[in-house]
Design a protein around this ligand. Structure first.
Ligand code: HEM
Length: 156
């Protein structure tokens, strides 16, 4: 049972990383893109990939929690550390990632709440925002720490 739950956990990790890689590349690709239709298309692709990413994230969490529960590790220090790292990564992603790219999508079209960004304002926000770097550094560090915790199980 434990091994099948670990397999589920790793399948979730594969789906998560494959899908989220789309958003990672899009974030850097659109920075110097002058064609707003292309920016919108890339952000649409990232949005689609995000939906599938959540499926991977759910499998990853269910498999991980299930495996830890199966062998009585739910409160082991390295498992608790992994909850903290994942939660920090999620909060940063929602605040710095979703908090920027969803309003940007609205600004591309213009809505009642968000005025339409003209080409100059769009080029300015895309080229000056450091959010892709922040997301990349925090997200990559979180993935490295999570793999380290999972493989080495410090303190176990
Ligand atoms: C443990 C690692 C990571 C986790 C758990 C994670 C999770 C998430 C989540 C939950 C979102 C919000 C999606 C939404 O509902 O809109 C998000 C957005 C995003 N993340 Fe990550 N992420 C991770 C690593 C990374 C890395 C390494 C990058 C590299 C640049 C990155 C780039 C982004 C971008 C660009 C968005 C915005 C996507 C969009 O709205 O199109 N993430 N992430």
């Amino acid at each position: 049972m434990y091994q099948w739950l670990v397999v589920l956990h790793l399948l979730g990790l594969i789906v998560f990383v494959m899908c989220h890689g789309v958003s990672m590349f899009v974030a850097f690709r659109i920075r110097r893109e002058p064609n707003r239709a292309l920016v919108a298309a890339f952000l649409g692709l990232s949005n689609r990939a995000t939906q599938a990413m959540y499926l991977g994230l759910i499998l990853l969490i269910v498999g991980g929690l299930g495996a830890a529960w199966n062998v009585g590790w739910l409160t082991a220090p390295w498992v608790i550390a992994s909850y903290v790292v994942l939660i920090v990564a999620l909060v940063v992603m929602w605040a710095v990632g979703a908090g920027y790219y969803y309003p940007l999508r609205e600004g591309l079209e213009g809505s009642e709440k968000t005025p339409r960004l003209d080409d100059a304002a769009l080029a300015h926000t895309l080229s000056t925002s450091r959010r892709p770097e922040v997301l990349g550094v925090v997200g990559f560090a979180a993935l490295v720490i999570l793999v380290w915790l999972m493989v080495l199980k410090p303190g176990a």
